[in-house]
Design a protein around this ligand. Structure first.
Ligand SMILES: CC(C)(COP(=O)(O)OP(=O)(O)OC[C@H]1O[C@@H](n2cnc3c(N)ncnc32)[C@H](O)[C@@H]1OP(=O)(O)O)[C@@H](O)C(=O)NCCC(=O)NCCSC(=O)C[C@H](O)C(=O)O
Ligand SMILES: [Mg+2]
Length: 282
């Protein structure tokens, strides 16, 4: 079982060297180095070079280093791929994926590198099951800004069906699925509400745009002390029932079956993986 946490995935425009430097000390689970929409056309070549230097220099510790390249249909995509793939990032994030064939083209040119797909168009959502099932795919990332524009949605509620359909597709294929960003990066209340909703729906974590958003995402997508205590109690109660020859236990007025024990073990394993990250020093 892979217990790697994905609570917080921070976008960093590769055109911001100070931000790429700062990320070496930030407690996010993943860094999404961006060569796409956060980088202006005139800055694309210099951002690509700066990112290659940052990846070569290293120092990102246990944070997953995922690079969002420009689509291969753009004038920058091919060079992004040929520059970044040899540096063995932990993943390549492809924007605006609408069909699994787009993954195959990249997988052929970057064999062995896990691919991530941004689902941020109506076609992407409708084809999410086939995209999620692609053998090179590690995870799906919701692009709620592009999706809202394409759908004409003016609230997160208007995106709910698309978000949940993507989550369903990702889960059916056993992939990591990350929620979209909260644009109001100084609004802690809105961020916490989105994180709580995303976690309740089943997302593994949230994509972020500012370091100030990391703590809330880590807290809300990570197991709470109460959840951990409950998980241990579930395991103990089930073990006691089993020792007494019963298949089902009762804890605090609720039944506990083996599926609850499985879920409790997953939670404890994730908590251990988070703890093992220790101090987050580079
Ligand atoms: C939103 C920002 C432009 C704000 O930047 P700024 O005004 O510089 O913020 P601060 O002054 O508060 O910064 C404080 C310090 O934090 C560092 N910083 C800021 N942002 C980041 C970051 N993302 N990663 C790492 N470090 C960061 C600053 O350098 C300051 O450091 P220090 O010098 O030590 O004080 C900016 O946050 C930003 O550019 N964010 C990322 C925007 C982005 O990537 N957007 C694209 C992805 S969102 C998207 O498109 C998803 C999807 O495709 C969709 O369709 O939805
Ligand atoms: Mg987008």
């Amino acid at each position: 079982m892979d217990s790697r946490p994905w609570r917080s995935a921070l976008y960093i425009p590769a055109s911001r060297p100070r931000a790429m430097e700062k990320a070496r000390g930030l407690p996010c689970d993943a860094i999404l180095f961006d060569l796409e929409d956060a980088v202006a056309p005139a800055e694309k070549p210099s951002a690509r070079t700066a990112l290659a230097q940052a990846l070569t220099a290293g120092g990102y510790g246990p944070r997953a280093r995922i690079v969002r390249i420009n689509a291969l249909s753009t004038e920058w995509g091919a060079e992004d791929l040929s520059t970044i793939a040899p540096l063995s990032p932990d993943g390549l994030l492809l924007p605006k994926v609408s069909a699994p064939e787009e993954l195959s083209v990249v997988a052929e040119r970057a064999p062995g590198i896990p691919l991530w797909a941004m689902i941020e168009s109506p076609a992407g959502v409708l084809n999410a099951p086939a995209i999620a099932a692609h053998p090179a795919l590690a995870g799906l990332v919701l692009g709620t800004n592009d999706l809202a524009e394409a759908l004409g949605a003016t609230s997160r509620a208007g995106l709910a069906h698309a978000l949940q359909a993507t989550l369903l597709a990702g889960r059916a294929a056993g992939r990591v699925v990350l929620d979209g960003v909260c644009n109001a990066f100084r609004d802690e209340t809105q961020l916490r509400a989105e994180c709580a909703e995303g976690r309740a729906w089943g997302f593994d974590g949230k994509t972020l745009i500012h370091p100030a958003q990391i703590a809330a995402a880590n807290e809300i997508f990570g197991p709470s002390p109460e959840e951990l205590a409950h998980a241990r109690a579930v395991i103990d109660a089930h073990a006691e029932a089993e020792a007494a020859g019963q298949g089902v236990a009762v804890l605090e007025g609720r039944i506990v079956e083996s599926l609850h024990v499985r879920a409790a073990r997953v939670l404890l394993a994730r908590a251990n993986a988070i703890e093992e990250r220790g101090t987050w020093a580079g």
